[in-house]
Design a protein around this ligand. Structure first.
Ligand SMILES: [Zn+2]
Ligand SMILES: [Zn+2]
Length: 140
């Protein structure tokens, strides 16, 4: 089993700080249309985040982007802070938020929603929307 790694990060204006642990150092990309609209491009997140805590929580606003998930951002500077499942408290944390730089890009999800005008050259697992939801219903 991969070991826990501690990470720290801050939003662009510094009002919100985040601390968390990840199991291993994997990141994944989401190509879904919602993530691309939210961030202007694919969303790159740290995988297996846990013990997530925030400082300056009064500066965080959340947007309920679907029945099952919400997205958090800093009210002062707009930095994206998390994607979170409402039921399970599962967090995906944008990797750009964190000070760590030693990551391994292992997975791309919603690959069937990726537009043709870009493609990552990294060799990763690829999951379609259908495969993501199938995996998810196995978990719960
Ligand atoms: Zn901020
Ligand atoms: Zn997405």
């Amino acid at each position: 089993m991969a070991t826990d790694i501690q990470h720290l990060g801050k939003c662009l204006c510094g009002a919100v700080g985040v601390a968390l642990k990840t199991q291993g150092n994997n990141i994944s990309a989401c190509h879904c249309s919602m993530c691309r609209k939210w961030g202007g491009g694919p969303l790159l997140v740290a995988e297996f985040a846990h013990e997530v805590s925030f400082t300056g929580a009064e500066h965080i606003t959340t947007f309920s982007s679907s029945e099952w998930a919400e997205r958090g951002f800093c009210k002062q500077c707009g930095t994206h802070l998390f994607y979170r499942l409402k039921q399970e408290r599962h967090y995906a944390i944008p990797v750009g938020l964190l000070d760590s730089s030693d990551w391994t890009f292992t997975e791309q999800i919603f690959i069937d929603q990726k537009p043709d005008f870009y493609a990552f050259s990294n060799n990763t697992n690829m999951l379609t929307e259908e495969e993501v939801f199938a995996q998810h219903s196995n978990k719960s």
